[in-house]
Write a protein of this length. Structure first.
Length: 368
């Protein structure tokens, strides 16, 4: 694992990334974590309930473990990373208090947020917080100055009367939120995505392509082969389940398995497909306990992860997908052309062909 040590409270915290990365420049913590921790130390924490949002690798959860915080987890990989880092510091896993963004029902005295790239997800977190806030609660929202947008302040002002900024430290800053507004619509919600496929697609904030069906997925849908009744299909990195919903519309009898790391993605997919002959897995590593081999695996693999871009996770998914593919099965991928996935896929599969493309995207068909 890529190892780094973060200094806090006269202790060095060894925080590792999960999944692993070969890029040594990518750390599991940042100046945002450090600034949030320093400012939290200035607060009266005795008997206070602390809730943490968007703590991807567990730097905040580990460093504040003695305060018994609640961590809101939306990625399965995040849960695994936090557990691994707690184990590193010999902190009992049983001490981890966590919940998901749709089952949040604890009161908050101090809220800590690493502001996500998705402003819609930031808004969703603040809705969660506003439902459980107290009049004297304080929320610290950290961000790197290079990632600042005015939408951060606009969103915060929607829920709080007192929104201020800290001074920058190591190019990190905080929004400090106090005095929650009254009579605010803080109901959690999902949106509907309009399309010309005859499908009603719903999704929660923070899930890929929240306003329309992205062009890559549209190209993939045009390239899907005929689906038979006995086919067993996997929608890998399923997002809101649009591909699976399209496949289900083509054939009501086939078995479809949906896999995604994002809890809100899997929850969105459940809004769009019935449970009949449909199976959902909240996991990042394809470690699903089934004995099935698949006739078709579809994938629109992610390469944007918050403010980082990497193809490492996609390449890992490709290798694992191969293990689940039947000998005569098809692995169908859509991706940006510039990622040049074909050269990597040739190392894994016996047959690789670009079967559709436009100016930006290409659909690649692979078989063993």
């Amino acid at each position: 694992m890529n190892t780094n040590c973060m200094d806090f409270n006269q202790k060095k915290w060894k925080i590792d990334r999960y999944p692993r990365t070969k890029n040594r420049s990518l750390r599991a913590w940042s100046a945002v974590d450090e600034l949030i921790l320093v400012e939290t130390e200035k607060l009266d924490k005795e008997f206070k309930k602390i809730t943490i949002f968007n703590d991807t690798y567990g730097a905040l959860t580990c460093a504040l473990n003695e305060q018994n915080p609640t961590t809101v987890i939306y990625l399965n990989s995040q849960l695994k990373a936090i557990k691994k880092n707690l184990e590193t510091h010999k902190i009992p896993i049983e001490n981890l208090k966590w919940t998901n963004p749709l089952k949040f029902n604890t009161s908050i005295d101090i809220g800590l947020i690493k502001i996500p790239k998705s402003i819609a997800l930031f808004d969703f977190y603040l809705k969660n917080i506003h439902q459980s806030i107290k009049a004297n609660s304080i929320i610290l929202c950290g961000f790197m100055t290079r990632n600042f947008t005015e939408n951060m302040i606009t969103t915060a002002n929607r829920y709080f009367d007192d929104v201020s900024q800290s001074l920058a430290k190591k190019k990190a800053r905080l929004l400090i939120l106090k005095q929650p507004k009254k009579d605010v619509d803080n109901r959690l919600f999902f949106s509907e995505i309009k399309n010309d496929l005859g499908l009603i697609i719903k999704q929660y904030p923070g899930v890929f392509s929240n306003k329309k069906i992205d062009f890559g997925t549209q190209l993939l849908l045009k390239s899907i082969p005929k689906i038979n009744d006995d086919n067993i299909i996997m929608d890998l990195a399923c997002g809101n389940g649009i591909i699976a919903a399209y496949l289900r519309k083509q054939n009501a009898k086939c078995n479809i398995h949906l896999v995604d790391d994002n809890f809100l993605a899997i929850s969105s997919a459940k809004l769009n497909l019935s449970k009949e002959k449909t199976y959902f897995y909240w996991t990042n590593d394809l470690n699903i306990k089934i004995n099935e081999q698949f006739d078709l695996i579809t994938c629109n693999p992610p390469f944007h992860f918050e403010f980082e871009n990497t193809i490492e996770i996609a390449l890992s998914l490709f290798a694992k997908a191969k293990k689940y593919l039947k000998n005569n099965g098809i692995f169908l991928i859509v991706a940006n052309k510039h990622l040049n996935y074909s050269k990597h896929l040739f190392k894994l599969f016996g047959y690789v062909e670009i079967i559709n493309h436009n100016d930006k995207f290409e659909v690649i068909s692979c078989s063993i």
